[in-house]
Design a protein around this ligand. Structure first.
Ligand SMILES: NC(=O)C1=CN([C@@H]2O[C@H](COP(=O)(O)OP(=O)(O)OC[C@H]3O[C@@H](n4cnc5c(N)ncnc54)[C@H](O)[C@@H]3O)[C@@H](O)[C@H]2O)[C@@H](O)CC1
Ligand SMILES: Nc1ncnc2c1ncn2[C@@H]1O[C@H](COP(=O)(O)OP(=O)(O)O)[C@@H](O)[C@H]1O
Length: 287
């Protein structure tokens, strides 16, 4: 079943250039969580994107510029406390006109000012959107925002984030994983990727995928940020959004399995999942 989705990833053509493989905008990172921005951006590049830009509050820009080599940065306007301000929304929307897909959320924090920025981005970003982590925490209960969004969207909550989103507890989410993912996808028109052991992916038209790759070594900070980057990369490469999510989840799990083989489930870290991506692509027959 995954094979039919994997086949949609194009073989890289001799006559091609970086513009053919997607420009990804990663709105991620805040004081204390620059690592999330790094992991999501780096994963997008390793999954094949042509160009990746990380947009961060301007006081963090020098830090990100040192962390990255291949990834570019966009310094955003910020408040005195280092959170994004209203002007940053305009800056992101302007920049996104040149992009094929945006990620919003990893490591953005939950400050009131940041939440307001995120809600505006959900309303106005006209690229396909991967909404993850604090991007989801910003909209507790407000699923109606997705019904109004005209552009392709995937949400990638872990059970804790899903619980906040639907105002239930984690036990309820875990007992109703498939039903919840299906219902949100079908009623709001977005793709839902509910993470955790046996990640569930649901599409608005009733398709359902339950993943069986990955392992408990992936229960370590930052592996979800890596997944957001991989999924965005595939969307940017032009694959339909549901297939991009299914293949992203599948390959992310294979990378996790390769990382666990190499480093063991205790010692593997999120960066190891990115390092294992080339072997995961090979294992999936992509080159
Ligand atoms: N290096 C970095 O900068 C990192 C930043 N991170 C960011 O930190 C922010 C907070 O995210 P966190 O996820 O740590 O915190 P949260 O408070 O959102 O979620 C953690 C809680 O969710 C529940 N939960 C999560 N997965 C579960 C599962 N599979 N089964 C049952 N319950 C589950 C548990 O109650 C858990 O304690 C996000 O913005 C995230 O992107 C994290 O990704 C860690 C690494
Ligand atoms: N026990 C497990 N089995 C399979 N996959 C797992 C397991 N634990 C975590 N994962 C995967 O690792 C990732 C963790 O993401 P998340 O909880 O958002 O972490 P973070 O917020 O630290 O980045 C998800 O893709 C999840 O499916």
């Amino acid at each position: 079943m995954v094979t039919s989705h994997i086949e949609k990833i194009s073989v890289r053509q001799d006559e091609s250039h970086k513009g053919d493989y997607g420009k990804v905008l990663v709105v991620a990172g805040s004081i204390g969580m620059t690592g999330a921005a790094y992991l999501a951006s780096q994963a997008a590049l390793r999954a094949g994107s042509g160009l990746v830009t990380n947009a961060v509050p301007c006081s963090l820009n020098p830090i990100m510029a040192i962390k990255f080599i291949e990834v570019m940065t966009l310094a955003l306007s910020e408040n005195k406390n280092g959170t994004l301000n209203k002007k940053s929304v305009k800056e992101i929307l302007e920049f996104s006109k040149k992009c094929d897909v945006s990620i919003v959320g990893p490591g953005m924090g939950r400050a009131k000012e940041t939440r307001a920025v995120i809600i505006d981005l959900i309303r106005y970003l006209s690229t396909p959107l991967v909404l993850d982590a604090d991007g989801l925490n910003a909209i507790e209960g407000k699923l109606s925002l997705f019904k109004k969004r005209k552009y392709k969207t995937v949400i990638t909550p872990h059970p804790g984030e899903m619980a906040r989103l639907i105002k239930k507890d984690v036990t309820f989410v875990q007992e109703h994983r498939t039903e919840i993912a299906k219902e949100i996808a079908e009623t709001t028109g977005i793709v839902v990727c509910l993470k955790g052991h046996k990640t569930v992916v649901a599409s608005p038209d009733g398709e359902l995928y339950v993943n069986d790759t990955g392992n408990s070594g992936m229960a370590t900070g930052g592996t979800g940020d890596v997944l957001a980057g991989i999924i965005a990369s595939f969307i940017g490469q032009g694959i339909d959004i549901y297939s991009a999510v299914v293949v992203g989840v599948y390959l992310h799990g294979i990378s996790g399995d390769i990382a666990a083989e190499k480093h063991g489930p205790f010692s593997m870290i999120a960066g190891d999942v990115i390092q294992a991506l080339p072997d995961a692509f090979k294992k999936a027959g992509l080159y």
